[in-house]
Design a protein around this ligand. Structure first.
Ligand SMILES: CC(C)(COP(=O)(O)OP(=O)(O)OC[C@H]1O[C@@H](n2cnc3c(N)ncnc32)[C@H](O)[C@@H]1OP(=O)(O)O)[C@@H](O)C(=O)NCCC(=O)NCCS
Length: 252
């Protein structure tokens, strides 16, 4: 293929991705707003005893209407992207400049997650509703998982055991970008793992049961952390039994 043909195909792929992304998001938004729109349509035709009562009910309806819209946005976004197959591919390296289909499909999945984060995450994060959304959007989560962070993406590449707690502002996702290449890998956390506030968990990380990662720590990509341990720092080091970590790493 000549360079000009290659360029034309790239433009065509990106245009198709933007148009379909825009269309699908518009549909999801419209369907999410529908319950509130139907209520307001009914409300404006209801024979209230006075204009004051009509205005009061209108004012009262805004917060529940927004929460309902946000909930519908989470559910529809997860279901429709699942039907369309917009998910993060595991163990891939995708050059951004090539704009191939896997990268574009991944990009649309990222955009839908970002929109849900923006319009719904602010209200629902750290509640069971947020964990419900993450599961619906592809994450494999155990029971009693609390996620107080909006910086989690590639949900279908995340596997958490029971009673995992993710602190606020933790960055944890199944992708990283290095030298113009998007790289993906699953992140697996065992039962009773806590990730401290503001930490960064790299791709391909595995953390054993009952292990704590301290606040503001960095777990580099593809690291395996032992079970029943406490790690802190940048990069993390084991603080409850440093000798166990040295033994696991072997001689220098
Ligand atoms: C890592 C953590 C679990 C350790 O708690 P702990 O076992 O009670 O340990 P201590 O507080 O006694 O600290 C032990 C040592 O580690 C150091 N340390 C503790 N947390 C640290 C951190 N996040 N980064 C760097 N060093 C840390 C302490 O300064 C202390 O050092 P010293 O022995 O030289 O004095 C805790 O400090 C922490 O960071 N928790 C995060 C909780 C959180 O964010 N939860 C999210 C939901 S709210």
């Amino acid at each position: 293929m000549s360079p000009s043909e290659d360029r034309a195909w790239k433009i065509a792929r990106v245009t198709w991705t933007v148009l379909t992304g825009f269309f699908v998001e518009s549909f999801i938004f419209a369907a999410s707003v529908l319950p509130a729109a139907l209520f307001w349509e009914w409300h404006f035709h209801w024979p209230y005893p006075s204009d004051g009562a009509r205005i009061f009910v209108l004012a009262l309806s805004f917060v529940p209407a927004y929460l309902l819209f946000a909930f519908a946005l989470m559910v529809l976004s997860a279901l429709i992207t699942s039907i369309l197959g917009w998910r993060s591919p595991p163990d891939m390296e995708m050059r951004i400049g090539d704009v191939e289909w896997p990268l574009l499909r991944w990009g649309r999945y990222m955009i839908t997650q970002h929109i849900v984060r923006l319009f719904a995450g602010v209200f629902y994060r750290s509640t069971p509703v947020w964990s419900f959304y993450l599961k619906l959007n592809g994450a494999r989560l155990g029971r009693g998982v609390f996620v107080n962070s909006l910086s989690m993406s590639d949900h279908n590449l995340l596997e958490f055991g029971d009673h995992v707690v993710i602190g606020s502002d933790v960055h944890l996702s199944g992708h990283t970008v290095e030298a113009g290449v998007v790289k993906t890998a699953a992140v697996r956390l065992g039962n009773d793992v806590t990730v401290g506030t503001g930490s960064v968990i790299g791709i391909g990380v595995e953390i054993g049961d009952n292990t704590q990662v301290g606040a503001l720590s960095v777990v580099p990509k593809h690291r395996r952390l032992e079970a029943n341990a406490t790690y802190v720092g940048v990069p993390v080091r084991r603080i409850d039994a440093p000798e166990a970590e040295e033994a696991a790493l072997g001689p220098p």
